[in-house]
Design a protein around this ligand. Sequence first.
Ligand SMILES: Cc1cc2nc3c(=O)[nH]c(=O)nc-3n(C[C@H](O)[C@H](O)[C@H](O)COP(=O)(O)OP(=O)(O)OC[C@H]3O[C@@H](n4cnc5c(N)ncnc54)[C@H](O)[C@@H]3O)c2cc1C
Length: 533
Amino acid sequence: MNEYVDYIIVGSGPAGSVIARRLSEQTSNSICVLEAGQNDNNFFIRVPVGFVKTLYSGKFTWNYQTEPAQATNNRIIAMPQGRVVGGSSSVNGLVYSRGQREDFDDWEKLGNSGWGYADVLSYFKRSERRVGECDPDFRGLTGELPITNPDWSSPLCEAFIRGCEEFGIPRNADYNGAEQLGTGYFQRYIYQNKRVNCSDAFLRPALKSGRVQLKTNATVSEILFEGRRAIGVKYLRNGQTHTLYANREVILSAGAVNSPKILQLSGVGPHELLAGHGIEVKHALAGVGANFRDHYTVRSISRAKSALTLNELSKGWRLGREIVRWFAGKPSILGLSPSMVHVFWKTRFSPQRGDVQILFTPASYKPGSNYVLDDMPGMSTGARQQRPESSGYVHIQSKDPLQAPLIQPNFLEHELDQRTLVEALKLARQLMTTTAMAPYLVNELQPGKDVHRDDEWLDYARQKGTTGYHMVGTCKMGRQDDPMAVVDAQLRVHGMENLRIADASIMPQVPSANTLAASLMIGEKAADMISAQ
Ligand SMILES: Cc1cc2nc3c(=O)[nH]c(=O)nc-3n(C[C@H](O)[C@H](O)[C@H](O)COP(=O)(O)OP(=O)(O)OC[C@H]3O[C@@H](n4cnc5c(N)ncnc54)[C@H](O)[C@@H]3O)c2cc1C
């Protein structure tokens, strides 16, 4: 017997979760969310520092990696993405950061009517419950996702912030408010010491409506079409292929790697790529999988003194004390996001508008390890360019839905990206060597005193940089006359019917921020467009 629902949502990440929630509130339709990963009821998902266990364990992630590229010394870079209920919101760095007004005004200028800052602001506000100082003109107070300030700090964070002020970068009480530029603490989706992922906030409550069902371990392998109209999907579960039909729409929210992959497997994508893999081309769309963007990030490490860093606090009896504190609901290092302090600032390449983000944390990881804290007292900065010009692609490698796609980000390919990142790295060093930091700094260990000239910094960046985990852009939104656009401003796939994409893949450009907040906003806006149909 054929199985039907009104809406099929592929993926339970931030966008998929919030769409399910809003459709369950706004309509009486039946909704099925298909999620390739397992349930999110693991203890290490709830403990904020648990990401060190979940991110590379292989249980909760797609363990993707890049193709080598000359600009990054032919290295293969790990690119894990959440594969679990909640998507990457279950394994990510917990930072809530929306971006700049201009990011969204630019999207609108590219021909995406209704996506300017004035239009999207209400959607950012709708999902959040800001706990802490804020201007309600910009911040939501009654949404489902709590956004808090950290309740634990260190003299090192305070000194770093004071050093920024000394340098001329103002303290900004709310970088998600009227102005992003400045320094301060990152806001996080951590409440009462626990990660609140998008399933906690949106999907799980929606399941209670009875109109939303969630199927886990269900990997969508193909969208089914009747002519140009999407009518359902095929999915793999427990070694069997199943079919599910949609009376109304199929909505892809599988993220920036998997949404283009599913489209390509279904015959919608670049003609040559599909034909090369023997896939019948249902609709040639050159932009599917193109325009891949991310925030290439480079860390520097210094040895600290005169204050405890997370490196010492996470070992021996001190760790025991922190665990007790976490269970007692008291401020604890277990309740921290991996990056604590932000700096949004501008370089000489963008004098009017912030173009770099610096991260600071009173901790350092062992070189070459996946988030294993160092034995010595350490602190680190990360430097990234906010709006890189370099772009890459995601391409299937075969017809096999279980084979990982080929990911080529082309990090640092564009000269502006190289030069801006070098400026960001130099700025990060300056901020570590302020008068305020002097009592706490022993010396810089990485890259160290031999790196000074721009070409030396660039070499370092090529050797050490890694993903910022902010993959976007691979099904970009744009006008019909843009040959690389995949969806229109209503998020409908160009040339197809009853098929939308709503997730990080539709962003035409990467916002000047970490990308969860914008992915949620896309889901919120998509839900309104779908229910208004
Ligand atoms: C390690 C890491 C750290 C990050 N840190 C931050 C941060 O601190 N702050 C921030 O703002 N952003 C951060 N991000 C980015 C942010 O999490 C993402 O931008 C956001 O989650 C994207 O949401 P999405 O809805 O597009 O899809 P995703 O979160 O990618 O979710 C997509 C879901 O679809 C499922 N899926 C995929 N393919 C299929 C299929 N074939 N069938 C069924 N289901 C499928 C996936 O398993 C997944 O659950 C981080 C990301 C990672 C990976």
